[in-house]
Ligand binder design. Structure first.
Ligand code: HEM
Ligand code: HEM
Length: 179
């Protein structure tokens, strides 16, 4: 199996990154939804937020790494035989998903580093606060984090639905070449 992408296939590394980031993001949406309703007296109150932040920063690091990787070895073009609107739709959806992969963790970082607090990553090392976040920016970051995270669920449903449609209805290689 090829490590790098070719003009027509995703390489092993791009596939691994795609699925790892997808699992992390879906898991983090669930974890975020679960943790915000916990109270101080719940066993997971502190740990859930600690793991949410650490895994969220890991998702951001993997997304940045994926950008670098795809700059080094570009993603293949769409499979042959797609209509113009399908190619354009896929392109827009992929850009929007890229935006989500970056903006959701960045807004999470801004919420967490407001008041100058650093982030403890898996108790391995600290990520310092590099931006001065005032109360107004913190409120904005909370809202953006919330709306983008839940909107991603709908986007991923559309994205996965399109992949399944290509596989089962069109019978093309779109899904197979990402597996
Ligand atoms: C949070 C979840 C997900 C994110 C953020 C995401 C993101 C992306 C992005 C940005 C691409 C563009 C190719 C690239 O730049 O590497 C892509 C391609 C792809 N994704 Fe996802 N994805 C997610 C989940 C899923 C799921 C659940 C499925 C299938 C059931 C799926 C199937 C595919 C397929 C088949 C492609 C290749 C499309 C093509 O060749 O044009 N993805 N994904
Ligand atoms: C792709 C990565 C991420 C996803 C999908 C995600 C998703 C979520 C979701 C769904 C919530 C619950 C929102 C609500 O129902 O109110 C949440 C809350 C939160 N997330 Fe994330 N998150 C991610 C990354 C991060 C990162 C990297 C950090 C910090 C370093 C972070 C910090 C927080 C905090 C502090 C809250 C609680 C916000 C509040 O007080 O309402 N998140 N996240």
């Amino acid at each position: 199996m090829l490590i790098k992408n070719t003009l027509s296939r995703f390489g092993l590394f791009s596939k691994l990154l795609h699925w790892l980031i997808a699992i992390l993001i879906l898991g983090l949406i669930w974890l975020g939804w679960y943790m915000v309703d916990l109270t101080y007296y719940d066993k997971w109150y502190n740990d859930s937020l600690h793991y949410h932040k650490s895994l969220g920063i890991l998702a951001l690091a993997l997304a940045l790494f994926k950008i670098g990787w795809q700059w080094h070895t570009p993603a293949p073009g769409p499979v042959a035989g797609l209509k113009t609107w399908e190619k354009a739709g896929a392109k827009v959806m992929h850009y929007v998903l890229w935006g989500m992969m970056l903006l959701i963790p960045v807004t999470g970082y801004l919420i967490s580093t407001s008041a100058g607090k650093p982030i403890q990553l898996f108790n391995w090392f600290e990520l310092p606060a590099i931006v001065d976040v005032d109360e107004e920016l913190r409120e904005l970051a909370i809202d953006v984090h919330f709306y983008l995270a839940y909107a991603t669920l709908f986007l991923v449903a559309g994205h996965a639905g399109a992949a399944l449609k290509h596989h089962f209805i069109n019978g093309d290689d779109t899904l197979k070449r990402m597996l």
